[in-house]
Structures are given as structure tokens and as C-alpha cells.
Design a protein. Sequence first.
Length: 157
Amino acid sequence: MKDVEVKIKIRECQMDELSDIDRAMVSMAIEATASSYAPYSHFNVGAAILLADDSIIKGCNQENAAFPAGICAERSAIFAAGVQHPDQAVRVLAIAARNRSDELTEEPISPCGTCRQVMIETEKRFGLPIHILLYGQKRIYMMDGTENLMPLSFSDF
């Protein structure tokens, strides 16, 4: 038996260290939190994605009393892009959230496992890594590619 070390690469930065495009994407993810419907968790999540053709799609979480009938912000944006721009790769995905006090979270939030799997499939579909921005007031995590979110991902192909 031997130990295997799995490494991921996450860059930590502040808003003023982001490129203009990344700053705009984070701002749109923050803006998208206002459209969230989260009467049960009171955790309002917004996502913004930039597509290869420079289209921008926003998404937000939508909860439902018949759990798990809701959808996460990341998947709502990716699925909307799949309908509106089916031939365009996702270049950038930014995620932000507000807590029960309606304040932006201090720490970056990360996608759930289901959203991570959808992101992996999206990357594989188009053959391009997604530039990921996870917003928090104290810091922003930035990474290129879903393998940094889920290094031992499921794949059937």
C-alpha cells in the first residue's frame, strides 16, 4: 500500500487583482443573487458565465418545497446556455452568494457535487477548461479547470 497525493491549484486574490473581464463576471454573479428564490435555505446564490462567443448568461438558485425539485445557480446558468447557445463553450464561470442576513458571504462558496459534475461534462463536451471564480468578501478563489474542484471525478468515457 502507498499514499498518493492529489494536488490542485487555486489562486487567491482580491477584486482589484482580477482582470476587467473577471471583475465584470464576479459583479454579474453578485447581481444574479438578487434573482434567487431561496425561501427555505435563505442562501441566495448567483452565477454568471461567459461563453466563447462573448455571450453572458446569468443563473441563480431556485428552491422548491418539494425537495429536491430546485436547481443551483451554476446549473441554471449552464443549462440556459445550452438552450440559448448550444454550440458555445463556457469560458468563465463566476459564483457568489448572500447569506441569511442578505450579506455577501465572507468566504468563497464552492459548487455542490452535482454542479461540479455538470461543469466537468461541459468541459469535456467542448474540450476547453472553464476559468472558475468563487467570490467571497475576504478573498476570491480562481482556478482553471474543474479538475481543481473535483480531482477524482466520475467519467463514463
